[in-house]
Design a binder for this molecule. Structure first.
Ligand code: SF4
Length: 357
């Protein structure tokens, strides 16, 4: 049993079953998430935890820093030897204070197969356990400069489709948000899906409080299916019905991600089709010029065409943001994560400065 797999209520139940009070469960929770002292636990409890559980955290086997020093990508090895990637990005907040965002993975590899995504190109290996998702945040926190604020922004946009690993991802998010632990505010957590319709409906029904991003990339079935194979299973009509249901039930907007690929989905006509598709919906569009990957020969849309695309969306009353490109030189941008478990990566990574994909 990995203790990081347990939510606070579940940890209370485990210890309760062993005959310990909530007080002791609280001490253990603090030891896990607030740098409490595990040695402050009763010796017999400590002994039982030692014998029957682990507090397993991943080890960094590679650590790459972008040339501007603002982005770091970690290759983390899990207990079974599987590797995943986690990205830590530094930003300046509106008030000038430094802020950090961690982009974390929910699966090793991904089964969705988006053609432009390095994670999709590598295929699916396995789901991550809740503790393996949470541990990436603990690890990222440990890498912040001394005296900096703890990490407060989390994006579930690393390797994997979070809604394909729904239960483990939700347990992990509950742990991250727990007010007696890491206490990350729901408004600072964004989950990104490529369009797993039953998962979107479930998020709405369960009133999950974090932000939702839906990767669209195409505004007709044919164009979307050419980039996102999953779209054959859930066509646009079903996806948009789920999005409208979510917005209506949660009373909050959805962020739509659109990777701009030259000549594929970046024409003015396609911008009009997208504008018509989203018209009337509480939505914000994030425009992301394609990041390069070895397995896809598409090119990013040029600056002028991106601006034209954006201004057409504005004509439909759709706010949008052109996403800042971060960490491209270390393949840490959107769609570039591909955990290489080979020793080559480990050997070439700078040792001292030791992401949906
Ligand atoms: S973009 Fe996201 S859903 Fe698509 S293959 Fe990459 S990781 Fe999977």
């Amino acid at each position: 049993m990995n203790l990081y797999d347990f939510s606070r209520p579940a940890l209370g139940e485990l210890l309760g079953g062993w005959g310990y009070s909530r007080y002791h469960a609280g001490l253990l929770w603090e030891a896990l998430y607030r740098q409490g002292d595990v040695h402050a636990l009763r010796p017999e409890l400590y002994g039982r935890l030692q014998a029957e559980t682990t507090m397993s955290l991943p080890t960094a086997v590679a650590d790459l820093s972008s040339s501007d020093g603002q982005t770091r990508k970690f290759l983390l090895r899990l207990a079974d030897g599987q590797t995943i990637e986690t990205v830590l990005m530094h930003f300046e907040g509106r008030d000038g204070t430094p802020r950090a965002t961690a982009c974390i993975s929910t699966q090793a590899g991904c089964a969705m197969g988006c053609v432009f995504c390095a994670t999709g190109q590598m295929g699916f290996t396995r789901h991550l356990a809740p503790g393996e998702i949470v541990a990436q945040v603990l690890f990222a926190n440990s890498q912040l400069p001394p005296n900096s604020e703890p990490l407060r922004n989390i994006v579930l946009m690393g390797m994997g489709e979070p809604l394909h690993n729904y239960d483990h991802t939700m347990t992990a998010v509950d742990i991250l948000m727990d007010h007696k632990g890491l206490a990350i505010a729901p408004k600072h957590i964004t989950l990104s899906t490529v369009g797993v319709v039953p998962g979107i409906v479930r998020l709405a029904d369960e009133a999950r409080p974090f932000r939702l991003a839906v990767s669209l990339h195409g505004a007709t079935d044919a164009e979307r299916q050419a980039l996102v194979p999953l779209a054959r299973r859930w066509p646009l009509a079903e996806l948009m019905a789920a999005c409208r249901y979510y917005v209506q039930k949660r009373q909050r907007r959805i962020f739509f991600e659109w990777t701009l690929i030259e000549g594929k989905n970046d024409t003015p006509e396609q911008a009009h089709t997208l504008g018509q598709l989203l018209a009337g919906l509480e939505a914000h569009v994030n425009l992301i010029p394609l990041n390069p990957t070895v397995g896809y020969d598409g090119r990013p849309t040029g600056e002028t065409a991106v601006k034209t695309f954006q201004s057409i969306l504005a004509g439909y009353g759709l706010p949008s943001t052109i996403r800042q490109r971060r960490g491209i030189d270390i393949a840490a941008g959107c769609g570039q994560l591909r955990a290489a478990s080979s020793t080559a990566v480990i050997a070439t990574a700078p040792r001292s400065s030791s992401r949906h994909g």
